[in-house]
Design a protein around this ligand. Structure first.
Ligand code: GLA
Ligand code: ZN
Length: 668
């Protein structure tokens, strides 16, 4: 089974924070809101194992029973994310050492060391106890491993494990010294035990993950840490699968996205992707759409929206109230982009601890006549009505945008001509071009099959691992269309520069080479002329030579005035483009208008609209259009949908869409 058996509506429930005689009422209230699922046991280790080896499942037994009796689907967590105090006391090495070299003490959560044998043994024992106790319960549909993995450790155990990892990877020190270019600054090493973790006092300077001296070393450390945490996940998963081969196993991904974990590698180990989404009040809607598209594309399957907030969070700088309707719109945006669940953090608002002002389905008022509760209930009605239709439906995209964790890391490690490099922002510039045109887009890895896309866009593909340039070359030769940008094709997987001119191994397919790159100072006016209009160039201006390609636009400033900034190249049966600067949005739009017409990629509707529109197709071929008004204004529904029915209301489509209104449209 790779799919849920019903559309889940629920979220994190922490009954252990409440007297037992309140649970039954809570569950009744959840039912009133049409919830059908609860995630439990996320942070219960200290309750389950009060002293080493002494387990007490009495509370969890009761919770599981009450939820099962109420026919709730249970997402059961393995409780390994927050370690009990006794563990820190007895086994200090379970705690992570941070980038500054300080060892954690009891207090936070998510702060275990992935290479601590003690942690591994204690966590395995706990998971085995939990799984062997509950696996026969058919209400448990999903195993929720740990919680929001992330965070690097720089302890001695990690250092030893890193040396072993490097020995396995490089075999001998000669190869390692060469790969890491260790003659620079006299860093050559002669013994494996001379390798130390790249913490703030070691290889790195500045904030974690941003500045390094031997970037290849720091990069390997990021790869190693991501793999170390993944090993922990796999350790738990193996225990679960031994008992329960049926229920889905996942861990909740998070952040924008999380830089430390190579989610494309992690995705292979997940039965289903799950994601915690907390867009801030000022996050543009294309950014949340991007994150959902990324999550869906990790397995090219629907994903779980494992966490989201029914109203405010307590940890962003400002959490204004969600306007009437806004909560449902933000939840349904995830569904529109491929989610098969809507789950909240949290179902009942805590009275203490750091999250007491984090909203919940049952708020401090403990009343059901509140605005938020009513909106949660209305959304529940809609999902109850349409969930079985939506469940498992797929998104079909003809455009793939490359997002690659090795590039995320190496690009932001660049000590280069500008300090303003932001990998996610650079990708988002391009994503927005498709989002605003309502063109379905997958966010793909460099290892995905490009041939399924009419257009592959790979912004700032700074690092080209071996085989990738040939793959791109073949893709275009066979008729694919490929877009590259500034700062691409510069280094190999060890962060060593390709000689012979930038963009290294992409020069032929792009039909250009870059001789020099200028840094644009914020506020500096450098323009690019496209069809006699001028557009602002930012960040970097590549000075290109055309070698087969022709120019689509030239710079209109500086000593490189009238030299090409944007180029187009016919290559085999396909075409490639190079965009040598960070163009402003209007300039990029101009290029993409041209490019989209050449590649002949269609928007979901022809009418120009500010509404967000996505399409999911059910197994039986039924087309479901999600039309979202992600704004505070009224907007007109495109006339293409005149003969459509809104599955949320069973009425014909609403022609004027209110602020935050969402329609799920299907042909009459
Ligand atoms: C994360 C965690 C939850 C909770 C929420 C609050 O996503 O996984 O346990 O702390 O944040 O927004
Ligand atoms: Zn460690």
């Amino acid at each position: 089974m790779t799919q849920l058996s019903r559309f889940l509506y629920g979220g994190d429930y922490n009954p252990e924070q409440w007297p037992e005689d309140t649970w039954a009422n809570d569950i009744q209230v959840f039912k009133q809101a049409h919830l059908n699922s609860a995630t439990i046991n996320v942070f219960s280790w200290a309750l389950l194992e009060q002293r080493e080896g002494e387990y007490d499942f009495s509370k969890l037994d009761k919770i599981v029973k009450e939820l099962s009796d109420a026919n709730f689907d249970i997402v059961l967590a393995t409780a390994t994310a927050a370690m009990p105090a006794w563990m820190f006391k007895k086994y200090p090495d379970v705690a992570r050492v941070d980038y500054q070299g300080r060892r954690h003490v009891f207090g936070q959560r998510h702060n275990f060391c992935s290479n601590s044998k003690n942690y591994q043994v204690l966590a395995s024992k706990l998971v085995k106890k939990i799984v062997s106790r509950y696996y026969k319960n058919s209400h448990i549909k999903v195993w929720h491993v740990n919680n929001e993995y992330g965070g690097n450790c720089y302890c001695d155990n990690c250092q030893n494990a890193f040396r072993d990892w490097l020995k396995y990877k490089y075999k001998n020190l000669e190869t390692l010294n060469k790969a890491w270019n260790m003659n620079v600054w006299g860093h050559r090493i002669y013994d494996w035990d001379e390798i130390v973790v790249p913490n703030e006092l070691g290889d790195a300077w500045g904030a974690e993950g941003t500045e390094t001296i031997v970037s290849a070393l720091s990069l390997d450390y990021l790869r190693f840490q991501s793999e170390s945490l993944l090993k922990l996940f796999k350790m738990e998963k193996a225990i679960i699968k031994k008992y329960d081969p049926v229920a889905l196993v996942t861990t909740n991904f998070h952040a924008l996205p999380n830089k430390l974990l190579d989610y494309q590698k992690w995705a292979k180990e997940q039965d289903i992707i799950s994601y915690d989404s907390y867009p801030s009040y000022n996050m543009p809607t294309y950014q949340s759409a991007f994150l959902y598209d990324l999550m869906r594309s990790l397995k090219h399957q629907p994903f779980m929206l494992m966490e989201s907030t029914p109203a405010q969070v307590n940890w962003q700088p400002y959490s204004p109230l969600k306007r009437p309707g806004q909560m449902a719109a933000t939840e349904l945006q995830a569904v529109a982009h491929g989610a098969d669940t809507v789950q909240f953090f949290q179902l009942k608002q805590a009275i203490g601890g750091s999250e007491k002002f984090h909203s919940a389905v049952i708020s401090h008022s403990q009343r059901t006549d509140t605005r938020v509760f009513k909106e949660v209930t209305e959304l529940g009605e809609k999902l109850e009505k349409t969930g079985s239709t939506i469940l498992g439906s797929k998104t079909k995209a003809k455009v793939g945008i490359v997002f690659d964790w090795n590039n995320f890391w190496s690009y932001e490690y660049i000590d280069g001509i500008t300090q303003d490099l932001d990998y996610v922002e650079s990708i988002l510039d391009y994503y927005k071009q498709f989002y605003k045109r309502n063109i379905p887009t997958d966010i793909i890895s460099v290892d995905d099959d490009f041939s399924q896309y009419d257009l592959v866009v790979a912004p700032v593909l700074y690092m080209i691992k071996s085989g990738l340039a040939e793959k791109i070359d073949q893709y275009v030769k066979k008729g694919g269309n490929f877009v590259a940008s500034y700062l691409s094709g510069i280094v190999n997987e060890n962060d060593s520069v390709y000689l012979g001119g930038y963009p290294g191994p992409l020069k032929d397919v792009l039909g250009i080479w870059v001789e020099e790159s200028d840094a644009v100072i914020p506020g500096q006016k450098i323009t690019v002329s496209l069809d006699n209009n001028n557009y602002q160039a930012n960040l970097i201006c590549d000075l290109l030579h055309l070698e087969g390609a022709h120019a689509l636009g030239n710079y209109n400033s500086e000593f490189y005035k009238e030299t090409p900034a944007v180029s187009e190249n016919k290559w085999g049966k396909g075409t490639s483009w190079y965009i040598g600067t960070q163009l402003d949005e209007a300039g990029l739009s101009k290029i993409f208008d041209h490019l989209i017409s050449i590649v002949n990629i269609k928007s979901l509707v022809e009418t120009k609209t500010d509404l967000e529109i996505t399409k999911r197709v059910t197994k039986s071929g039924k087309e479901l259009y999600f039309v979202l008004n992600m704004s505070n204004d009224t907007k007109d529904l495109p006339s293409e949908f005149d003969a459509y029915k809104n599955l949320f209301t069973d009425k014909s489509a609403n022609k004027k869409m209110k602020a935050w209104e969402v329609q799920l449209l299907s042909k009459l």
